[in-house]
Design a protein around this ligand. Structure first.
Ligand code: FES
Length: 107
């Protein structure tokens, strides 16, 4: 687990971007807990950390695609994003990076 930020850095109902091991991730503090996803939307790279949290998902701020906060699965069109395991240790938020999602074949 890698320490990413303090609990107080991410208000309830919001997300924040962080760079961990040269990967851009989005940390979310939702009503249902803490989540971490790859930050770049697979559509056109919109920053999911700036997205709106709603019903266990985040809505991309650019074109409204939705992603499940826990799994990273796409709830609308297209591919999902990688989800990372999050653990709060005291007042620190820690993340275990998952392997990067393989890119879809262009075939
Ligand atoms: S960049 Fe996210 S939906 Fe288009």
């Amino acid at each position: 687990m890698i320490e990413v930020c303090a609990v107080d850095d991410v208000p309830l109902g919001e997300g924040r971007a962080a760079t961990v091991a040269q990967r851009r991730i989005a940390i979310f503090h939702a009503d249902s807990g803490w989540y971490a996803l790859e930050d770049g939307c697979p559509h056109l790279g919109g920053p999911l950390s700036d997205g709106i949290l709603a019903d266990h998902c985040v809505v991309c701020p650019l074109h409204d695609r939705r992603f499940d906060l826990a799994s990273g699965e796409a709830l609308t069109d297209g591919e999902g994003v990688t989800a990372h395991r999050v653990e709060v240790r005291g007042d620190r938020v820690c993340v275990e990076l998952a392997p990067a999602r393989a890119l879809a074949s262009a075939a």
